[in-house]
Design a protein around this ligand. Structure first.
Ligand SMILES: C[S@@+](CC[C@H](N)C(=O)[O-])C[C@H]1O[C@@H](n2cnc3c(N)ncnc32)[C@H](O)[C@@H]1O
Length: 362
């Protein structure tokens, strides 16, 4: 069976021990004997594992008695097609850029964004609303920073999280997929990018941008645009000024050092603050944060083993599947062995953590 399935005998024994894929009989000699039904179950387990699901999640998926083999095949097929679409969109954008570079054509920021910016969200944005929604505590801090502003521009607005409902809001969002997921009745949304805002100078009391600046092709140009069109600017972003900032969060420190390369070109917090005349305020992340951003599950590590949680965090797509699979495997092992709990025992009693999120208030 191990040879047929392309896994080690140890893996089969482990799945048996934890009840994930149990052979229904033993031979007279004591060997595990897999029936046709057992093979079907093992195939489902292995397919979900290869798609990146954690052991606990696979157990839930295959343990659901309302889902038969055909339903599992349909679900696996849909997941694979979604992954292929995402990869196709990125490959096509990369091919266009390679072609342009080979011809000596200057690649514009918009074209570069095809891979990493708005087009990234056209490729991955469909998974966003599963876990990304307004966290009330972070929202309260943002609302407070907006002060008595009556007209608000929300740049990189996505599906509308953190948009105040008691002000006159205009949203800006370049990704069609994200715009299409804005709830009915939410603020009007303009298809544009931060670097070139289609508004007159001083059109708004305040311009806000939440968890988006690191996606912009030219963050400094975008911030200057916000400053131009609004009297005040409020930005939720990330602080990379402190040396060793990569070690603030165990996920980056112990499992995904590649996160640092995602932010390698990102401007310093002080440069961004200067550009919009802002002061910086820490944004503590509650242990039960309801916005599934990259750092949200700092006290709930098992969440990072779940595919749908990771798909709503752009970091995983940006570091690529090899780094993602390695990080998830290593975290999964450490959770099973108790190593994670041992290393991070100091977190168990914290209600909030400062992991580098900052609110710039100008
Ligand atoms: C992590 S989402 C944040 C969405 C929303 N602000 C929130 O807090 O849920 C990042 C958003 O930035 C958008 N984005 C990417 N490049 C952009 C650009 N150059 N200008 C404005 N928005 C951009 C993406 O399309 C995506 O919707």
């Amino acid at each position: 069976m191990a040879e047929l399935a392309g896994v080690s005998v140890r893996t089969l024994h482990h799945y048996d021990e934890i009840g994930l894929a149990r052979p229904s009989a033993r031979t007279a000699g004591g060997y595990r004997a897999y029936s046709a039904g057992d093979v079907e179950r093992l195939r489902e387990v292995l397919a979900y594992r290869r798609l990146g699901f954690g052991l606990r999640e696979v157990a839930e998926l295959v343990g659901d008695s309302s889902t038969d083999a055909v339903a599992h095949l349909r679900r696996l097929r849909a997941l694979l097609l979604e992954r292929r679409d995402r990869a196709d969109a990125m490959v096509a954008a990369i091919d266009r850029e390679l072609d342009a570079r080979a011809k000596g054509v200057k690649v514009t920021p918009e074209e570069q964004l095809e891979i990493l910016g708005a087009r990234l969200y056209d490729a991955i944005g469909g998974a966003y609303t599963a876990t990304r929604r307004t966290d009330p505590r972070i929202a309260a801090q943002i609302l407070d920073a907006l002060g008595d502003a009556r007209t608000v521009l929300n740049v990189g607005a996505g599906t509308g999280s953190y948009e105040p409902t008691d002000r006159e809001v205009t949203a800006v969002e370049p990704s069609e997929v994200m715009r299409s997921q804005r709830p009915v009745g939410s603020a009007p949304c303009v298809a544009a990018a931060a670097e070139s805002l289609p508004f007159e100078d001083h059109s708004f009391d305040v311009a806000m941008a939440v968890s988006t600046v690191h996606h912009w092709g030219d963050p400094m140009a975008g911030l200057r645009e916000m400053r131009r069109v609004a009297r005040r600017v409020v930005v939720l972003t990330f602080d990379t000024d402190e040396p060793g900032w990569q070690d603030r969060f165990w996920l980056t420190r112990d499992y995904l050092p590649e996160f640092a390369t995602v932010l390698a070109e990102f401007p310093s917090l002080s440069r961004m603050a200067d550009a919009i005349g802002a002061r910086a305020e820490p944004v503590p992340i509650p242990w039960d944060c309801t916005d599934g951003l990259f750092e949200a599950y700092w006290r709930r590590p098992g969440a990072y083993l779940e595919e749908h949680v990771r798909r709503a965090m752009s970091v995983w797509t940006r570091v690529g599947p090899d780094a993602e699979q390695r990080a998830v495997r290593s975290l999964s092992n450490d959770l099973e062995s108790g190593r994670w709990a041992e290393r991070n025992s100091d977190l168990a009693h914290l209600d909030t953590a400062d992991l580098g999120l900052r609110l710039l208030i100008g």
